[in-house]
Write a protein that binds this ligand. Sequence first.
Ligand code: PAF
Length: 254
Amino acid sequence: MQVYKSIETWRKARQQLSSGPLGFVPTMGALHAGHMKLVERSIQENKHTLVSIFINPTQFDNNADLQHYPKTLDADIKLLEEAGVHTLIMPNASEIYADDYRFILRENALSKQLCGQHRPGHFDGVLTVVLKLFNLVQPNKAYFGKKDFQQYLLIKDMAEALFLDIEIIGCETVRAKDGLALSSRNTKLSIAERQKASLLYERLRASKPIDDIAGALEKDGFKIDYVEEHADRRFAAVWLGDVRLIDNVEKHSV
Ligand code: PAF
């Protein structure tokens, strides 16, 4: 696997890359089986697969969350190498934001709802960095997990609105045996919190009105940001201690 830490070096290498479809999996590291599903799919569908690891400061609305975001770089590199990834880029924030974040990509509707309502500026940071990464990587296809369904929709809409020639592919959420959606943040849960966390998926799938589901989650000890239905999905964001968990399910699976 070729590893590039400098944007300049990577851009030169990009020009030399032989032709054939390039699949891209953007990540913030702390890789788990959910990320690796995206990687596997990209490897199946493309000649080259490139993964980025970049903990994007502009999408954190809380500095403590940014400081404590899990970092497992050695293990990440091993996983990517074993999976057969061709290229890893790990740009640093001063290069990505050489403009001091003067240029921000903002969406004005969906990004203000659900997680956007509770994490002001979050999706501005996500869309801006993903657009920068798309410009650097110039992929044919890019892969995103549906656990972050709102993020997936916004990126898909952005690609369409800005005429990006990139196919945005959403991949099903990967879950632990007890149903908890895999997330890098799960490692921050205590043993007791981890046991309780699986109730989020269980409650979301109950065929009950969302107010009852929110009530049940509150009784279980979750602090609720939201439990809402939009179109054909049911979405929730909740806290267990300092850890924020999100999940969503299709309504017809309820
Ligand atoms: O889903 C993530 O890990 C991040 O939001 C992403 C897409 C890599 C942008 O920083």
